[in-house]
Design a protein around this ligand. Sequence first.
Ligand code: 5RP
Length: 222
Amino acid sequence: MTQDELKTLVGQAALQYVTPGSIVGVGTGSTVDKFIDALAASGVQIAGAVSSSVRSTERMQALGIKILEAAEVDSLKVYIDGADEIDEAGHMVKGGGAALTREKIVADLAERFVCIADESKLVKVLGAFPLPVEVIPMAAAQIARRFAALGAAATLRAGCVTDNGCHILDVRGLQITDPQAFERDVNQWPGVVTVGVFARNKAAVCLLGTSSGVKTLDFSRA
Ligand code: 5RP
């Protein structure tokens, strides 16, 4: 199966976590696009979706899915999103689509984070995928120097302005062996809006698309 077919498979599989009549938190990316398409095609009626990006909002609105603002909901049963990397405990690197800040905000509203990913995303240690960090533009150079001091190289993502009007640094050369500590520490640096490590609020479940079908990885006890 191609990577695109695996994404379709897990997008479809995520429908099992959608309760009719509920409000669903929806992430961003090509895998989530498959979920949005599957949701629209399924005919399952939901009360609406809280979206993590302009991209996902536009796709859902075009398919007739009602969008609610995060401020309109107290909590969500489920948040469904992709990942750039996920480890065997459910920690993730996200932000390849530059939507990491809103993704963390919507995920924080949810009781359960369901990650949908093809098998290429499963890793032993996070860091091979360049780590996205959303930054206030005037802080970008100093934050890059801080990463250089850790032995990593941060480059500004060319032409990228996030939905929040900020910039993205992509950081290469990291091996993130303690994702929770890393997330906590980097989030303290002045000018960091969001670091793309999702460890303190990690995935509860991952639906992993493999050539032998969808594997469910349950991290609730990890
Ligand atoms: C967007 C994200 C995406 O979930 C991540 O980049 C994975 O994307 P894709 O499903 O296209 O591989 O974090 O900010």
